[in-house]
Design a protein around this ligand. Structure first.
Ligand code: SF4
Length: 165
C-alpha cells in the first residue's frame, strides 16, 4: 500500500516484484521522515541534501506507505501545536512568528494525505487489514534501528555571515 504525495495509490496492481526491480528501487531511493525520496541529489547524499528542506508533501519525488501513518499523524499534531504556540506568543514580532509558523498549505496537504491513506485502509477486508497491520508493525520495528533519519527541522541560520570588505 504505497501512495504518492497526493494520497493516490501507486503500485496498486503489482502483486510481485522481480528481484532486480526491487534492488533498483532500493538503490534509487532513500528513507525520509514519512516515506521515501527518489530525488537523485538527495539519494546520492544519503538523505541529507534535500533542496526543499523536507517539505515532502509538496514534492513529486516523495512516496509513502501505510506503515508511516502514525508518523504522519504525529507530524500533523506537531505542526498544529507549533502554529498555536506561535499564535499565543507575544514576545516576538509578527514577521518572525509568521516565518517560523508552518504553512497552512502544508497542514492541509498532510491532513489530506492522512485522510486518503486512512480511507484506503478502511476499504480492506478485516483479514487484509490484519495482514497489513502486521506487516507495518514489522517494517516500523526495523525502521527504528535506522540511524540516518534526516531531521525535519529547518537548519539553523548561518551565524557567521561574511563580513563586508
Ligand atoms: S522534499 Fe522530500 S521527497 Fe522531495 S527532495 Fe526533499 S526529501 Fe526528497
Amino acid at each position: 500500500m504505497q501512495f504518492n504525495r497526493h494520497g493516490e495509490r501507486v503500485w496498486g496492481a503489482v502483486t510481485s516484484f522481480l528481484d532486480a526491480e526491487r534492488t533498483r528501487r532500493a538503490i534509487g531511493s532513500v528513507v525520509v521522515p514519512f516515506g521515501t525520496c527518489s530525488e537523485p541529489t538527495n539519494v546520492a547524499a544519503g538523505g541529507g541534501a534535500c533542496p526543499l528542506r523536507f517539505r515532502c508533501v509538496g514534492c513529486d519525488h516523495f512516496s509513502t506507505d501505510v506503515s508511516y501513518l502514525p508518523d504522519l499523524r504525529a507530524y500533523l499534531d506537531d505542526l498544529l501545536r507549533t502554529r498555536e504556540k506561535l499564535r499565543a506568543m507575544t514576545e516576538a514580532d509578527d514577521w518572525a512568528r509568521a516565518e517560523a509558523a508552518p504553512s497552512e498549505e502544508e497542514i492541509r496537504r498532510v491532513r489530506r494525505l492522512i485522510q486518503r491513506v486512512t480511507e484506503d485502509t478502511d476499504q480492506l477486508t478485516d483479514d487484509e487489514r490484519d495482514q497489513i497491520q502486521q506487516a507495518a508493525a514489522i517494517v516500523r520495528k526495523t525502521r527504528q534501528g535506522f540511524l540516518g533519519m534526516p531531521r525535519i527541522r529547518q537548519p539553523l541560520p548561518d551565524l557567521r555571515p561574511e563580513r563586508p570588505a
